[in-house]
Design a protein around this ligand. Structure first.
Ligand SMILES: [Zn+2]
Ligand SMILES: [Zn+2]
Length: 288
């Protein structure tokens, strides 16, 4: 077989914002990224100071001259749009709104969000609650607001979004479908029982996603191998080719014509001085 001329999809990694949000761009560029993910506030706390005008200006300035065309943020892990406690639910909605404000100020392409956990109330109730929360947060926002990208999950505990049909149900039950997209995480899909380790696994998984949600809603990927075995419903990321999924799935993904413009972002162990990312990106490029 001849090597294709296809240069493949935008590739990148979740990079640190240590020292300032704008530092993420040179960090990504140094790795050769054309897409990155960042945090726009601390992931483990509810509160954060508003972004200063200078922070926003520095970020936009760094981005204007960067080859990194696609930048998303990952929302705080504390947010649960299906929270059963009224105060927790209100806090979650406020926190999501605040993160979207930050993303809008910075001009980001989307905000990746774990849909939520039903905490024992059942999947149907949880999905309904998430849809209502998304309406409450997204309804009042401008059309130009960055999209919320629902991420599929590994299905640990009572977490929702581990079946593509659950993502589809959330999307169908909101009134703000146009403000939503999906981020597909390979480790989570594998953990949830999508057989990416099998030779036909990528094709089969994409078919199932297309049937349930529609490939046109797929905005980006998280490329992660899995430390945990197939269908374990456990979320432990591994460097590409070193885990239970194996390199083959990633070779298929970066060469899939239908995904040629879908950014693919690593969340694998970074190793010392990002050596983990460097090796993973080199592996991906070697497949093209
Ligand atoms: Zn992810
Ligand atoms: Zn994960």
């Amino acid at each position: 077989m001849t090597r294709s001329a296809n240069k493949g999809p935008p590739l990148g990694a979740h990079v640190s914002v240590a020292g300032g949000l704008e530092k993420a761009l040179p960090r990504g560029e140094e790795l050769g990224c054309t897409a990155i993910q960042i945090f726009v506030k601390s992931q483990r706390s509810w509160q954060a100071k508003p972004l200063a005008d200078e922070q926003v200006a520095a970020f936009r300035e760094a981005r204007s001259s960067s080859p990194i065309a696609f930048v998303v943020a990952h929302a705080s892990y504390l947010i649960n749009l299906a929270a059963t406690d009224a105060e927790k639910l209100a806090k979650s909605r406020r926190a999501l709104s605040d993160e979207l404000d930050r993303c809008a100020a910075l001009g980001l392409d989307g905000l990746v969000l774990h849909p939520g956990a039903h905490l024992g109330k059942g999947e149907e109730v949880g999905i309904e609650r998430i849809a209502r929360s998304l309406d409450a947060v997204l309804g009042p926002r401008d059309e130009g607001s960055p999209k919320v990208l629902l991420e599929n999950t590994a299905g640990q505990g009572t977490v929702l979004g581990y079946r593509f049909e659950q993502l589809a149900a959330i999307l169908q039950q909101t009134d703000c479908r146009a403000s939503l997209g999906v981020c597909l995480d390979t480790c989570h899909a594998f953990a949830a029982g999508y057989p990416l380790h099998q030779p036909s696994g990528v094709g089969e998984t994409l078919e199932r996603f297309d049937e349930a949600v529609g490939l046109e809603s797929l905005v980006c990927f998280h490329l992660n191998d899995s430390k945990q075995p197939f269908a374990a419903r456990k979320d432990r990321h591994e460097n590409l080719g070193n885990g239970e999924i194996g390199a083959g799935a990633f070779a298929s993904l970066v060469n899939e014509p239908r995904l040629a413009s879908v950014p693919m972002i690593l969340e694998t162990p970074t190793g010392d001085d990002n050596e983990g990312y460097r090796e993973d990106l080199a592996l991906l490029r070697s497949f093209l």
